[in-house]
Design a binder for this molecule. Structure first.
Ligand SMILES: [Zn+2]
Length: 317
């Protein structure tokens, strides 16, 4: 058994804060609880329709049901309001919903590429960046950057999962510290890939727990720029290798397969100084949503030196 744990490559400081407890929601639907009438809506995959918890229509099978905090969110996911319980009534659509929807589609299509600036997304959607930013936070509870980071992490997890499956591994992909610990407690993995940056908590907690459950589990950790100290800490806690992002499935497999040669020594893919600088600049620039002046201030250099650096091509590695 094998497990790939990776999420939220970038700044997923907060995950989706408006998450619902699906069990409590389902209980309210089963009871047609009037107290929950406006608390959330439920959507049915087979009919693509969403309802209030109190809808008099026949209850769907649990497996087909998904819960959303608002009608806007259900509609963003492609569901239509029910004609019987009219879940829209009394709740005006959020004016930002169409913009957010287009932005999500734009980001979904680019999840395999690098970070996109807020300015670029706003340009594509045709709305002012602050409006788009506020609309995202209001409707989804996260910023466009956090949304994009979550999609990229999801895509990476899928790719890595497929690559490992193709090599005969039985893969379990999980998206949080809690899910990772639950999966490991059930069946401890032989190999584990852990991203040190997780939406809730630290990958170090996962490494510590995996090592405690089974000291023979080979653990490869993935780390971002400026986190080498954390990566070394993870090796102390039981990780066998660490790789600096960006990484692909081949590199992860190489780290696992290189075990006979470098059993006790962590392998590190060392990028050149120029490459690290370039990545650092791109990252900070993205954090500032493409604002060069702000990025220059954060980096402690002049605006014009930053512009000079930006006009150069990135070094390959
Ligand atoms: Zn209904």
């Amino acid at each position: 058994m094998n497990m790939a744990t990776n999420t939220a490559t970038d700044d997923m400081g907060a995950s989706f804060p408006r998450s619902l407890d699906p069990d409590a929601c389902w209980a309210a639907v089963v009871a047609r609880d009037p107290g929950a009438a406006d608390g959330f809506v439920y959507a049915v995959a087979s009919t693509k329709i969403y309802c209030r918890p109190t809808c008099p229509s026949r209850r769907p099978r649990r497996a087909l049901v998904e819960f959303f905090t608002t009608p806007d969110l259900a509609e963003l996911s492609g569901f239509r309001p029910c004609r019987r319980c009219r879940p829209r009534e009394g709740r005006q659509p959020d004016p930002a919903a169409p913009h957010v929807q287009r932005a999500c589609a734009f980001l979904d299509a680019r999840a395999d590429e690098g970070p996109v600036t807020l300015a670029a997304i706003a340009r594509h959607v045709g709305v002012a960046p602050p409006l788009l930013q506020r609309g995202f936070v209001r409707l989804l509870g996260i910023s466009p950057r956090q949304y994009a980071a979550a999609r990229r992490a999801e895509r990476f997890r899928e790719r890595l999962g497929r690559a490992l499956t193709a090599r005969g591994c039985d893969v379990r992909a999980v998206a949080s510290v809690e899910e990772a610990l639950a999966a490991a407690a059930q069946d401890s993995p032989e190999l584990a890939v852990v991203d040190l940056k997780l939406p809730t908590g630290s990958g170090l907690d996962v490494v510590r727990a995996l090592h405690a459950i089974d000291p023979t589990t080979r653990i490869v950790v993935l780390t971002g720029y400026g986190s080498i100290a954390t990566a070394l800490e993870s090796v102390k806690l039981g990780a066998t290798h660490y790789l600096t992002k960006p990484v692909d499935a081949d590199q992860v497999m190489a780290a696992f397969e290189g075990r006979d040669v470098t059993q006790d020594r962590p392998t590190v893919a060392v990028p050149s100084l120029a490459r690290v600088e370039w990545e650092h600049i791109q990252r900070v620039l993205n954090d500032c949503d493409g604002n060069v002046s702000q990025a220059a201030r954060l980096l402690g250099i002049h605006r014009r030196s930053l512009q000079r650096k930006l006009s150069k091509f990135p070094t390959a590695r």
